[in-house]
Design a protein around this ligand. Structure first.
Ligand code: PMP
Length: 305
């Protein structure tokens, strides 16, 4: 094991990450035939592991992959992997903590002769320094021409390893602006989801987010909705087209790592009056921080160089 090397769970054992080697015939590599989920820590404490593992098992059920571990065992392994890696990060740093499960090695496309699932539980440091400017300046969103995979082709509600649709969106957005964040439209031209994130707008006194059918049911998305209800903010799932986006008062993205992060512009147009964050976003950031007992925005901003 290399000095300061993290460990991960890999097919039955906890080993140094350099020993997590996947055969090239693994179906996760060949076809993206795999699922994953990912939570984070706040001050080294895990955020909603049960809900992330519940979503993981729904993704597994959607693809009919049997991990040969119960959700309870997956939770225990996740906690153990985190525990064994915590000494490698500073007090002001946190981890992503995730599970990755493929159908395993398969010789032929339709072959079911594979030897069983490949299971990995791993953690990696959150990119706090890299993403800190997003909290100071806001995210610049670009809507690429590539549309989100429609639910009748492959459900965006399952968190699979098939991210090619989002990779293409990211390539297109970053060709325009290296720091931009892609937010895709669905097949009907409504805002859908961003690269690894859900999107919300504030329009008048209402908080809106795209309908559940078209997006990954983000744990942070749901947490934000719960928060809005607690604060008494009118909320709805809705069709949000580019007119709605261009005339919104505020916009923000949610995800495990970002929690809630303000958007500054969309397709080069300033959102609302350009305040980052706007008043409603600020209110939700504060409520979110309070609910997890952790000032995530302060943590990001403290990593500005
Ligand atoms: N949409 C997609 C496509 C994602 O990959 C993610 C991040 N995992 C999200 C939304 C946000 O989900 P969560 O809040 O659970 O991280």
């Amino acid at each position: 094991q290399l000095a300061n090397e993290r460990v991960a769970y890999f097919n039955g054992k906890i080993v140094p990450e350099s020993q997590v080697l996947i055969p090239f015939r693994d179906r996760g590599f060949k076809y993206g035939d795999a699922v994953f989920d990912m939570t984070r820590t706040f001050g080294h404490k895990i955020f909603r592991l049960q809900e992330h593992v519940d979503r993981l098992y729904k993704s597994l059920a959607y693809l009919k992959i049997d991990p040969q571990l119960s959700p309870k065992e997956m939770i225990r392994l996740s906690e153990e992997v985190l525990e064994r890696n915590l000494h490698l990060i500073g007090k002001n740093e946190d981890y992503w903590l995730g599970q990755r499960i493929s159908r395993g090695v398969g010789e032929s496309f339709s072959g079911t002769e594979n030897a069983g699932a490949t299971v990995i539980v791993e953690c990696s440091p959150l990119p706090l320094k890299h993403r800190a400017p997003l909290y100071r300046d806001g995210i610049d969103v670009i809507v690429p021409s590539v549309r989100r995979t429609p639910p009748d082709a492959m459900s965006p509600r399952a968190k699979t390893h098939n991210y090619i649709n989002l990779v293409l969106a990211d390539l297109e957005a970053r060709a325009q602006d290296a720091e931009a964040w892609a937010v895709l439209l669905d097949q009907d031209g409504n805002l859908c989801e961003g690269l690894g994130s859900n999107v919300f707008i504030v329009s008048g006194d209402r908080l809106l987010t795209p309908r559940a059918r078209f997006v990954l049911p983000g744990i942070s998305r749901q947490h934000t909705i719960d928060m809005a209800e607690r604060i008494g903010l009118p909320f709805a799932e809705a069709d949000i087209d580019l007119y709605d986006a261009y005339t919104a008062d505020e916009m923000f993205l949610t995800s495990t790592s970002l929690c809630i992060c303000p958007v500054r512009s969309i397709n080069g147009r300033t959102v609302g009056d350009g305040a980052v964050p706007g008043p409603v976003t600020r209110q939700l950031i504060d409520a979110y921080a309070k609910s997890v007992d952790f000032d995530f925005m302060g943590q990001y901003l403290s990593h500005l160089s």
